[in-house]
Design a protein around this ligand. Structure first.
Ligand SMILES: C[S@@+](CC[C@H](N)C(=O)[O-])C[C@H]1O[C@@H](n2cnc3c(N)ncnc32)[C@H](O)[C@@H]1O
Length: 263
């Protein structure tokens, strides 16, 4: 799977949304200490960059060194390449000692993980009982009626055969993802709670976002160009309809958040 992200790491860094400050403020409001955060599946550091403004130190790990090469270098972020199934020794060496982390975040990535194994690691490194895990995903871009009317069948039908089955967890807004944690203070469930990410995009940015999909890469490997000349023309026509080259594109973000407790 990591292969899928390696091949289009550059498009990924350029084409994906960053996350809204309200999301990080909400998550941080649930962690009593702000010493150490671990961003897992950090990719090109989309979440790590924001965490670095709130937490004293951030460890950002990914199984793809190519993705990590596009991440921003920041003085309080330590990037590490890890294997998908880390041993306890690797975890302690590459991430942190037992019960030392205030927050674990996973942005648009947990659906790829071996969850029972990953949650064992999370429970081991989080401070008890207040350590927090926050995992979120975003669904597809929302532009305007004309572009979205073209996009819907493009996503639901044309690209559908090329998505990995785990994508269903994202389409389901993480409602069905296994998440064995306690509700945070002030809540009676672990989510999903909705936020919105916004990004100013022109048509080229929009195509870069589509090219950053794992499904786009998989289709190409099978000899299918999802953004054929005809499809590009249709999107162009819909995009210029309102006369605005740049548009505010929305990505709905769905957050699961929980506290580790005493276990
Ligand atoms: C869709 S990208 C998300 C990147 C970034 N967090 C973001 O918000 O855009 C998923 C990332 O998870 C990484 N990944 C997949 N399986 C992983 C695992 N078991 N452990 C750590 N990272 C993993 C991939 O290499 C990829 O960079």
């Amino acid at each position: 799977m990591a292969e899928l992200f390696i091949k289009q790491a550059e498009q990924y860094a350029a084409g994906r949304p960053t996350y809204p400050s309200e999301l990080f403020e909400f998550i941080a409001s649930k962690t009593p200490c702000k010493h150490l955060a671990w961003d897992v599946g950090t990719g090109s550091g989309q979440a790590a960059r924001s965490l670095a403004g709130i937490y004293t130190n951030v460890i950002a790990t990914d199984t793809s060194t190519t993705q990590l090469n596009f991440a921003p270098k920041l003085p309080n972020v330590r990037y590490r390449h890890t294997s998908p199934t880390m041993s306890a020794v690797e975890l302690e060496r590459n991430v942190a000692p037992q019960s030392s982390i205030d927050l674990v975040t996973i942005a648009q990535a947990i659906h790829w993980f071996d969850l029972p194994n990953f949650y064992q690691h999370v429970k081991w490194v989080l401070k008890k009982p207040h350590g927090i895990i926050a995992a979120w995903c975003y669904t597809v871009a929302e532009v305007n009626d004309s572009v979205d009317a073209l996009f819907q069948p493009f996503y639901d039908i044309a690209s559908a055969p090329y998505w990995d089955p785990v994508r269903e967890l994202v389409d389901d807004k993480y409602r069905g993802i296994y998440f064995p944690f306690e509700p945070v203070e002030g809540a009676d469930h672990t989510g999903p709670s909705q936020f919105t990410s916004k990004r100013l995009m022109n048509l080229d940015n929009y195509f870069t976002y589509i090219r950053s999909w794992s499904a786009y890469q998989t289709a190409r490997e099978k000899g299918v160009e999802l953004l054929s000349d005809a499809v590009i023309e249709e999107f162009k026509r819909a995009w210029i309809e309102d006369g605005q080259d740049q548009k505010v594109v929305k990505f709905p973000v769905y957050l699961r958040i929980g506290r580790v407790g005493n276990m």
